[in-house]
Design a protein around this ligand. Structure first.
Ligand SMILES: C[S@@+](CC[C@H](N)C(=O)[O-])C[C@H]1O[C@@H](n2cnc3c(N)ncnc32)[C@H](O)[C@@H]1O
Length: 439
């Protein structure tokens, strides 16, 4: 066990050594490339921070990520023996995190892949198994036929846990093989010239993604075995991954000693459209295998609409703004300086921060008194003004009596912005902010 001061020195060292920027990030690490979810955290940076915490917290402490996304932080926690709980509003994030945190037998993964390959080979049907408005816009007929074959072959597998793994690999195949250009997170067609030149063999792509997917899993599982010196199971701790809207509730009765998370930095529509990026893969995954209580396929925007800041209720916005200003001086001061004719631009910002504050209240209800909180957050621009997200977070945490004791900056390498709107300007830095209740 180390002291809090020793922890701070270790965190400082991590910052000084450039580990937080993780410029030479390895995409095979911790199954990062299984599906390229938007705005993923960097495994090397998260793991270095968690390693420092593993010396101050007991081995089987429960860690929570209430905005878990692709599960990067949870996997880093697993590396160091923490039990993990995560939830997200996006059903694709839930599936992805389930797949990445599950324990598989590698020989069984390989056998299933072999069966899938054989199934596809003998499948001469040209039947297309899914239908939705816009399918012909986003997928060529050939791609639709191939994806249907892959889907039928995965569906043959009886064990739902193993299906999860292959649905994710199919999702990555869809991300690369659809007519959507992958340079932004919003759905956007490739140009007609580009489409004419495209010639992707979807089945081959899927098989190659599957083969590196399995070897990335094997690598991660070996790492866990080595860390925990167990030859039996890759992970000895407990894992719980579930769908959840953190603004409404944290869906567990557990209590947590550590939070590690990165919330959205603004409403999804104008920052990172996690939902839109997930829309096409979700169309191809059978709904029986998806955990989500709302109609996530209602439109391409539905997941983003359900997310923090996605809906503005004009009736109670003013009331919420006043309540929020009691808690955060930085938001109050920011707002004071906005000319009256521009105030309307900041409605979404207020709605987003109020929604985040609701989540924070729910989170506080499941944390131990002496818990540590590791937040990664970035400021963003709206109407040319920088929203002081980091300072607002600090105010809100202090409102709950929890103080900042360490802060470091990291460069954001490849977070694509939802461009072509008036709200965003490229964000280049994020803050890692660590909090603890002072004794
Ligand atoms: C910055 S990402 C998390 C990144 C994640 N730490 C990773 O490494 O991939 C933010 C996540 O918050 C989720 N989110 C937005 N609103 C939410 C809500 N109300 N409840 C739960 N999750 C939400 C988004 O779907 C997104 O996956």
């Amino acid at each position: 066990m180390i002291t809090k001061n020793q922890l701070i020195s270790r965190l400082q060292e991590i910052g000084e050594n450039g580990i937080l920027d993780a410029e030479d990030a390895d995409r095979s690490e911790n199954m990062h490339r299984l599906f390229m979810y938007p705005a993923m955290m960097v495994p090397a940076a998260q793991s270095a921070i968690i390693q420092a915490f593993s010396d101050i917290l007991p081995f089987n402490t429960y860690a929570i990520d209430p905005f878990m996304g692709s599960g990067t932080s949870l996997l880093s926690c697993m590396e160091f023996g923490f039990n993990v709980f995560g939830q997200d509003i996006n059903p694709l994030a839930v599936l992805l995190s389930k797949a990445k945190t599950s324990t598989y037998e590698v020989h069984k993964l390989k056998k299933i892949l072999h069966n899938i390959k054989e199934h596809i080979k003998s499948d001469n049907s040209t039947k297309i198994d899914v239908s939705f408005s816009g399918i012909d816009k986003w997928f060529s007929k050939e791609v639709q036929i191939s994806l249907s074959k892959i889907r039928r072959a995965i569906n043959e597998e009886e064990d739902i846990n193993y299906r999860y793994f292959f649905w994710i690999l199919m999702s990555e195949t869809i991300r690369i093989g659809s007519n959507d250009r992958t340079s932004t997170f919003k759905l956007h067609m490739r140009s007609p010239e580009e489409l004419k030149q495209r010639n992707i063999d979807i089945v081959q792509k899927f098989l190659s993604i599957s083969s590196y997917g399995i070897s990335d899993y094997e690598l991660f599982s070996c790492k866990l075995k080595a860390n925990h010196q167990s030859s039996e199971l890759a992970f000895r701790g407990k894992v719980e991954i579930t769908w959840g809207n953190s603004q409404i509730s944290i869906n567990t009765t557990k209590k947590f000693g550590l939070l590690i998370s990165s919330p959205p930095y603004g409403d999804n529509h104008t920052t990172v459209t996690y939902g839109q990026t997930s829309y096409l893969p979700l169309q191809w995954i059978p709904s029986n295998d998806i955990e989500c209580p709302y109609d996530y396929l209602r439109t391409t925007q539905e997941i983003d609409r359900q997310s923090l800041g996605g809906k503005i209720n004009n009736k109670n916005l003013e009331e919420r703004r006043i309540a929020l200003f009691e808690k955060t001086k930085h938001l109050r001061d920011f707002y004071k300086n906005i000319p009256n004719d521009e105030i309307v631009k900041y409605k979404k910002t207020i709605a987003f921060i109020a929604d985040f504050d609701d989540s924070l209240r729910n989170i506080m209800g499941v944390m131990n008194d002496d818990a540590y909180y590791i937040w990664t957050i970035g400021n963003r621009f709206v109407g040319g003004r920088e929203i002081p997200n980091a300072e607002i977070l600090q105010d809100l945490m202090e409102y709950y009596g929890i103080n900042l004791f360490f802060k470091a900056e990291r460069q954001i390498l490849n977070k694509k912005q939802a461009n072509k709107n008036n709200y965003s300007k490229t964000m280049e830095k994020e803050q890692i902010m660590i909090f603890h209740r002072e004794n």
